[in-house]
Design a protein around this ligand. Structure first.
Ligand code: ADP
Ligand code: MG
Length: 690
């Protein structure tokens, strides 16, 4: 695949914009080193400060802007643990208000009595007057990217502020947008904005209403990259063959019999469908969808063991190290009983161990490899890879899946993707077309549905008493801390604070904590300790979202539940109710708006992941872009296959992709796919490469 010669956009910012040297250092913390990465580092929501309100008409608890005169300003020194504060009195012809900033932010150097400024920020009611808390401000007549406009809000990390990031991105946009070349023809973009306009608007919209079109354009590009990949795969696969994995009825029966339980009818049917399809020469592309706890992993085990019995190797990839380990811990003994050797492989293993496993795989001694995406790293050679299983497929990029598929020798391996996020059938057919689907609707017998309640914070004492009582019965509980979309560091801080609070409130309980910024071995050790009953309560961020299996856990409390996506809430709820005891999910929320309540009601009222996904799709609708982020779902950065508008875009992208690929299957005449992929290349994260 040929990529156009690297242009300025792909050079390090510190080289192309030396005037931003220090800013470039800040961006590095977010994994951004080139202008292209900066341009595609999109906000996850916007604050609409565009309307200027008279001070007399400020509304409490809303984000607003006002044009004011600074009547007075004073610095109150900090003492003890109290930080320094700067307090300004603001006036306009309709009234007055106060603004307050905490900590040494040197506001007093930039703001003086008599200044006319625009302030933008959240307003709260303090007694009889309104107060802006840490607002942004800019002198009247001086354009600012922070005030009196629709303001982008980005994901941050330690040492980066919204303000700094906005300023840097604004400068990079100004400087580099002229170098952005639109990869699409006018005909292909079909009325959507040109790429440079779309990028400018996605970061700094003139008006809130413009955002939708801009993001649709970027979503279209992203979907087109996906569709081009799929179209090429279809085209290539038309002539390709996969190994015929011939599983005898006797082998299948023996494998199923060796399981410690009887498969449900749905599981047995799914297993039969898979075994049927891998026996044919056409490469399988199948999705196995079923609710959390419906027993997809068991089906995967049957498929893998069958493939090995028939003389092939198999691989199972999970999105996180914990999940991969848990799969390995669960499957290895099962497979061992069938004389099948399964190895665990992840980037965090010692080099020598990794090499050992690579060798065992290359020699064919390791018949099944279970791991993170280390499984597809260059060094791994599978002589007889026949079946690849991808768990929670929405977490994997298309590129990674393609790389794994390329590992097959003697043809394409068969691929089975497991997902608990059901894809509505119409969508699956229109977007993926030739994907076959197996569905498990039935839960294994003996499961009681999880009882779900919605409570507000006033109920905390009762909830804590309940947690203590359950612990007294030998049960365990999860407490999931609120999603802090702005920053991982803040999320970790909130998890730690909550663990402290609970340790004080429940001194007799053994309380652990897991979050995404712990070292994987520490996090694993905690998870393992919890799973083996050495802890009563686990305070966690969404790292526990998928797959973790602790049958003894009977309660999950989800704080500020309204901040989560419905599918995600349902996933989280699936962490309990995996044993036979009665289990509870408490959705804690102080939200009062009607939509939030309706959303939570959907989760409370249903234990069916398919129904919840459909309701989510309906409730989302178009036009609620401000303030939303599709948590948990998309493998895509901008596009969401749960957004009805994007489903249409995906269909159109598919048509364009088919046309382009039919005319030029290798895309040699026009490196469209390479260019789109370059735009949406994932920003390098630390960690897990083997
Ligand atoms: P999923 O991957 O779909 O979330 P799992 O395969 O992890 O579900 O299964 C959830 C739990 O149910 C596991 O503890 C598993 O051992 C158990 N299980 C799976 N299938 C059955 C079955 N047919 N009968 C009883 N228990 C089952
Ligand atoms: Mg699972």
């Amino acid at each position: 695949m040929s990529v156009a010669a690297p242009d300025e956009l792909d050079q390090p910012i510190r080289r192309t914009m030396p005037e931003l040297a220090r800013g470039a250092g800040v961006l590095t913390r977010l994994g951004i080193s080139t202008a292209r990465e900066a341009l595609w580092y999109l906000p996850f929501r916007y604050d609409d400060f565009s309307e200027l309100r008279p001070l007399g008409e400020l509304v409490p608890d809303e984000k607003q802007s006002a044009r004011v005169t600074v009547a007075a300003i004073r610095v109150e020194p900090g003492f003890g643990r109290r930080p320094q504060r700067v307090v300004a009195q603001l006036t306009d012809h309709t009234g007055s208000a106060e603004a307050i900033w905490f900590g040494r932010r040197f506001v007093e150097r930039r703001l003086q009595q008599g200044d006319e400024v625009i302030v933008s920020g959240k307003v709260t009611q303090r007694g009889w007057r309104s107060q802006f808390t840490s607002p942004e401000f800019s002198p009247v007549g001086h354009e600012s990217v922070h005030t009196a406009r629709v303001v982008p809000v980005y994901h941050l990390t330690a040492g980066v502020t919204q303000k700094r990031l906005r300023e840097l991105l604004a400068r990079i946009l100004d400087r580099t947008l002229p170098s952005v070349v639109d990869p699409l023809t006018d005909d292909e973009r079909h009325g959507l904005p040109a790429l440079d306009d779309a990028l400018r608007t996605a970061h700094f919209p003139e008006e809130a209403a413009d955002v939708t079109d801009a993001l649709d354009r970027l979503a279209f590009d992203e979907l087109l990259a996906l569709q081009l990949t799929l179209a090429q795969a279809r085209e290539a696969r038309a002539g390709l063959t996969a190994p015929r994995i011939a599983v005898t009825d006797a082998d299948r029966a023996e494998i199923i019999h060796a399981l410690p339980f009887t498969l449900t009818d749905d599981q047995a049917r799914a297993a039969a469908e898979i075994i049927g399809e891998i026996g044919a020469e056409r490469p399988m592309r199948r999705l196995l969808q079923g609710d959390v706890g419906s027993g997809k992993t068991a089906v995967a085990a049957v498929a893998l063991a069958s493939a090995v019995r028939a003389g092939w190797q198999g691989a199972l990839m999970a999105p996180t190290e914990i999940l991969a380990r848990q799969h390995h811990a669960g499957l290895a003994p099962l497979l061992d009983g069938l004389g099948v050797r399964a190895e665990f492989l992840s980037g965090s293993l010692p080099v020598a161990r990794k090499r050992e496993i690579h060798d065992a795989i290359a020699a064919g001694a390791a018949e099944i490899v279970i791991g993170t995406h280390a499984v597809i790293s260059e060094a791994v050679e599978f002589p007889r890879l026949g079946l690849v299983i991808v768990d929670e497929q929405h977490r994997f990029g298309v590129g990674q899946r393609a790389a794994l598929q390329a590992k097959g020798s003697g043809g394409e391996p068969h691929v089975l993707a497991l997902t608990a996020t059901p894809i509505p059938r119409t969508l699956a057919l229109s977007v993926y077309g030739d994907l076959s689907i197996s569905t498990i609707r039935q839960l294994p017998p003996g499961r009681e549905p999880v009882r779900t309640e919605i409570r507000d914070r006033r109920a905390l004492p009762k909830i804590e008493a309940f947690l203590a009582a359950e612990a007294g019965e030998g049960r365990q509980a999860f407490v999931v801390v609120p999603l802090v979309a702005e920053s991982d560091a803040l999320q970790v801080a909130s998890a730690e604070a909550e663990a402290e609070r609970l340790r004080t409130a429940l001194p007799n309980l053994r309380i652990g904590i897991v979050h995404g910024q712990q070292r994987p071995d520490l996090r694993d050790a905690t998870m393992t300790a919890f799973a083996s009953g050495e802890m009563d309560l686990l305070v966690a961020t969404t790292v526990i979202e998928v797959g973790i299996d602790v049958p003894n856990a009977s309660v999950i409390v989800i704080e500020d539940a309204e901040r989560f996506g419905l599918a995600q809430l349902h996933q989280l709820r699936g962490r309990v109710g995996r044993g036979t005891q009665r289990s509870f999910c408490i959705l804690l929320s102080d939200a009062t708006d009607e939509l939030a309540m309706r959303r939570l009601e959907v989760v409370r009222g249903s234990n069916d992941g398919f129904a919840i996904a459909e309701a989510d799709l309906e409730l989302r609708g178009a036009g609620n872009l401000l303030g939303t982020r599709q948590s948990g779902l998309p493998p895509l950065r901008v596009a969401s296959l749960f957004d009805p508008r994007h489903i249409e875009l995906a269909q159109r992208a598919r048509e364009v992709a088919d046309r382009v690929v039919t005319a030029d299957p290798a895309l040699t005449g026009r490196p469209l796919l390479a260019r789109l992929q370059r735009d949406f290349a994932p920003i390098e994260e630390e960690g897990d490469a083997a």
